[in-house]
Design a protein around this ligand. Structure first.
Ligand code: NAG
Ligand code: NAG
Ligand code: NAG
Ligand code: NAG
Ligand code: NAG
Ligand code: NAG
Length: 374
């Protein structure tokens, strides 16, 4: 079992806790749901309204499952990250209109790749790295990431799918190990450590200096990880059946696609995570000193949704109604609006990142790098 076997939301939320303001909203979890006055439980586990009800809103910890806006329905397409016109850089401005934006920057900064090969997601000593999320959700299909990983001890690159109830499928590149990538998955935020659930795959050439295509082929009965079109790992739904036969511990809920860079080697992480990530980050590294950040490089993401006949019949998204008798969350397609109404507040989620600093520097760097902006 890899010591890393922590779902990414735990690692990232722990890191972000340090930044939450004192006036932070109430916590939410399986036993304490959000009150009607702040009905939505954010992905970081705090109650609020408005923006809290969008992507990542945890339906089963919210006041009602329908307090969260529906998960915007999947739409096949490819984003080349040389063009940021469909990336909302200011997450606070996002109102749930997935027709207007394909991606939202949740935290951190994007910098144009100096070689014109997409964007760098950056990590500095003063932030907790960068995370971007798709505005739409995918409920089975394939996701192809073309990227270069980071390459410094303690710095982690991740390309994942994450559902609002914490089903998760991962690619993770840890620290300076650039000839390997890790594959992992979680069911409702829980890994099955007895199974070989986390596994490493070899990459044919240095993952930090060569673009490779990393694919999830996520189907209802089988999940494949592929590198440059070669299958490197397969998990069948059948083999995830719990010992008591009650649950398939298999990712089965609509998920956002997320790419991030984060500090595995920092004081706020558990020792196991620090070791897995390749030790503490060296903030005196010459690459860091000359650039002012560590980075990975994201060239493109291609999403292919499984055929969904409902997409043409006014369906807007997926909504949760609760658990089935086996304790597996139930989702159904819906035609309810995914948007916030005009009166619902656009607020930053409790996470401490300053959207102002983020946007200003992204704009400055993007203009300097000649990126096409909205
Ligand atoms: C759930 O949240 C409540 C309210 O913040 C808190 O008192 C309780 O300890 C939490 N429970 C768990 C299991 O984290
Ligand atoms: C959503 O965005 C699209 C594209 O920008 C726009 O045409 C549409 O009017 C927006 N919908 C709402 C309800 O704001
Ligand atoms: C863990 O996975 C193994 C093999 O896939 C399976 O036999 C076992 O029942 C699982 N355990 C739990 C608690 O889900
Ligand atoms: C749903 O089932 C999960 C176990 O799969 C359980 O932890 C959770 O408390 C249940 N939630 C509700 C609202 O029933
Ligand atoms: C949503 O579907 C219901 C039931 O089919 C229908 O009554 C309602 O008018 C639809 N609403 C929208 C916004 O399409
Ligand atoms: C981001 O959007 C919020 C909400 O509209 C706004 O208050 C804030 O000033 C914006 N930040 C920047 C840098 O424009």
């Amino acid at each position: 079992m890899p010591v890393s076997a922590l779902p990414l939301f735990v690692v990232l939320s722990t890191a972000l806790l340090a930044f939450i303001p004192h006036a932070a909203a109430q916590n939410c979890n399986a036993t304490t749901l959000c009150p009607a006055s702040a009905p939505c439980c954010s992905e970081y586990g705090f109650c609020g309204s408005g923006s809290y009800c969008l992507g990542g809103c945890e339906p089963l910890y919210s006041n009602k499952p329908t307090s969260c806006r529906p998960n915007p329905i999947c739409q096949s397409g490819e984003t080349n990250f040389n063009d940021l016109s469909r990336v909302q850089l200011n997450a606070t401005k996002y109102d749930g209109n997935a027709t207007a934006y394909d991606w939202v920057v949740n935290a951190g900064n994007l910098v144009a790749d100096p070689n014109g090969q997409g964007v760098r997601l950056t990590l500095t000593e003063n932030d907790q790295g960068t995370k971007i999320s798709s505005t739409r959700y995918i409920h089975y299909g394939s996701i192809e990431f073309v990227l270069q990983s980071s390459k410094w001890g303690g710095v982690v690159t991740a390309a994942i799918t994450m559902s609002d109830v914490k089903d998760e499928i991962d690619w993770e590149w840890a620290g300076a190990t650039t000839d390997q990538v890790q594959t992992n998955y979680w069911f409702l935020g829980v890994a099955n450590y007895s199974a070989t659930q986390g596994a490493s795959a070899s990459v044919s050439s240095d993952a930090s200096s060569n673009f490779h295509t990393y694919t999830f082929d996520w189907q209802e009965n089988q999940l494949n990880w592929l590198i440059d079109n070669q299958v490197v790992r397969t998990v069948s739904k059948d083999e995830t059946l719990s010992e008591d036969g009650s649950q398939y511990k298999y990712p089965s809920t609509p998920s956002r696609v997320q790419i991030s860079i984060w500090p595995g080697g920092s004081d706020s992480q558990a020792q196991g995570t620090i070791d897995w990530a390749g030790g503490m980050i060296n903030w005196q590294d010459p690459d860091y000193l000359s650039n002012g950040y560590f980075w990975n490089t994201l060239q493109s993401v291609k999403i292919t949704c499984n055929d969904d006949p409902d997409q043409n019949t006014g369906t807007t998204g997926w909504a949760y109604s609760g658990n089935d008798t086996a304790g597996v969350p139930v989702v159904d397609v819906t035609n309810a609006s995914t948007l916030l109404s005009a009166s619902e507040p656009r607020v930053p989620l409790a996470s401490g990142h300053s959207p102002l600093v983020a946007l200003v520097s992204v704009l400055a760097l993007a203009l300097a790098g000649g990126i096409a902006m909205l």
